[in-house]
Design a protein around this ligand. Structure first.
Ligand code: DGL
Length: 277
C-alpha cells in the first residue's frame, strides 16, 4: 500500500533564489521525488540583517512551509541555517536539515591540514556558527570565516565572471590565504556560481604539500545529507516517474535569467507561484 506521507514533496527553503543551487543538486540525486522550493525573494538578502529580523522572517515563512505538507525540509540558506535552524525545527513537525553541519563535515573530509577557510554572508560570519559546527565535529580544526556579502549581490545580478567579480573574490580570499588554509568552504547558497573563478584565484597558492587548496561548496554536502536522511527515515517515494518541481516565491522576479543559472534549467517550464510570506 502506498504510504501517503512518502509521496509528499521535499521542501527546500532559502532567503531568495540562491538555494536553487541546492534544489538542482537534490533533483539530480533524487529524480523521482517531488520538490517544493520556497524563496523569500521579497525580503532577500537575509545575510546583511540582524539576528532577530531573520528569526522574524523565518517565523513568518514557517506558516507557508507547513502549508506545503513537505515530508522533510532542507534549509539551503546558510544564513538561515546559522541563525534560525533550531527555532524552525521547534516550530515545524517534519525533519529540518541545515546546511552547516554537512558542509563542515565535507570540508573536514577533504582537508589535509585542518586549516579551513569559509566564505559566508555577514550574518553567518557574525553568528560564529561555522566555527561551532566544525568544533562539534573536530576540536583541532582551525576555522577562519570571511564575510563576503558582495558575492551575494554579484551572483544575484548574474555578474559572476570578469574583472569586477575577480577583484572582489581576490580581496575576500586575501585574509584567508594569510592563514595558510588548505580547504575553502563556500558557505552560502549563491557561491557555487563562483567556483571556477575561486579555483583559478587559489591556483597560485598551493598548500605546503604542493596540493591545490580544496574547494567545497555547501550545496552538494547538504544534498547528500538529505539523500541519507530520506533513506534512514524511510521517506523515499515509491514512484518511478520523473518528480515535479514547484517554486513558491514571495516576490515574482521580472525575468528568470539569474534563477535559471542557479537551477541550471529554465524556470519557465516549471510551476512558479507567488505567495505572501
Ligand atoms: N543564501 C544566503 C546564504 O546561503 C545568502 C543570501 C542572503 O544574504 O540572503 O547564506
Amino acid at each position: 500500500m502506498t504510504n501517503l506521507r512518502n509521496e509528499g514533496p521535499i521542501g527546500v527553503f532559502d532567503s531568495g533564489l540562491g538555494g536553487l543551487t541546492v534544489l538542482r543538486a537534490l533533483h539530480e540525486r533524487l529524480p523521482h521525488e517531488d520538490f517544493v522550493y520556497i524563496g523569500d525573494t521579497a525580503r532577500t538578502p537575509y545575510g546583511t540583517r540582524g539576528k532577530q529580523t531573520i528569526l522574524n522572517y523565518a517565523h513568518a515563512c514557517a506558516r507557508v512551509l507547513r502549508e506545503q505538507r513537505v515530508k522533510l525540509l532542507a534549509i539551503a540558506c546558510n544564513t538561515l541555517s546559522a541563525v534560525a535552524l533550531s527555532s524552525l525545527d521547534g516550530e515545524l513537525f517534519f525533519p529540518v536539515i541545515g546546511a552547516l553541519r554537512p558542509g563542515a563535515q565535507a570540508a573536514l573530509g577533504v582537508s589535509t591540514g585542518k586549516r579551513i577557510g569559509v566564505l559566508a554572508s555577514t550574518r553567518t560570519a557574525l553568528a560564529d556558527a561555522y566555527p561551532q559546527a566544525f568544533s562539534a565535529l573536530d576540536h583541532s580544526a582551525r576555522v577562519y570565516v570571511q564575510k563576503s556579502p558582495l558575492l551575494v549581490t554579484l551572483a544575484d545580478e548574474g555578474w559572476t565572471e570578469g574583472e569586477v567579480p575577480t577583484l572582489v573574490v581576490r580581496e575576500y580570499l586575501k585574509p584567508l590565504l594569510s592563514h595558510s588554509i588548505d580547504t575553502l568552504l563556500l558557505g552560502c547558497s549563491q557561491y557555487p556560481l563562483f567556483s571556477k573563478l575561486i579555483e583559478a584565484e587559489l591556483a597560485p597558492h598551493p598548500t605546503p604539500r604542493g596540493r591545490p587548496i580544496a574547494v567545497v561548496d555547501s550545496a552538494q554536502p547538504l544534498a547528500k545529507q538529505v539523500v541519507r536522511e530520506i533513506a534512514e527515515r524511510q521517506l523515499a517515494t515509491e514512484r518511478t516517474d520523473p518528480g515535479k518541481l514547484r517554486i513558491v516565491l514571495s516576490d515574482m522576479p521580472e525575468d528568470f535569467t539569474v534563477a535559471n543559472r542557479y537551477l541550471g534549467r529554465d524556470l519557465a517550464t516549471l510551476q512558479v507561484t507567488a505567495v505572501d510570506l
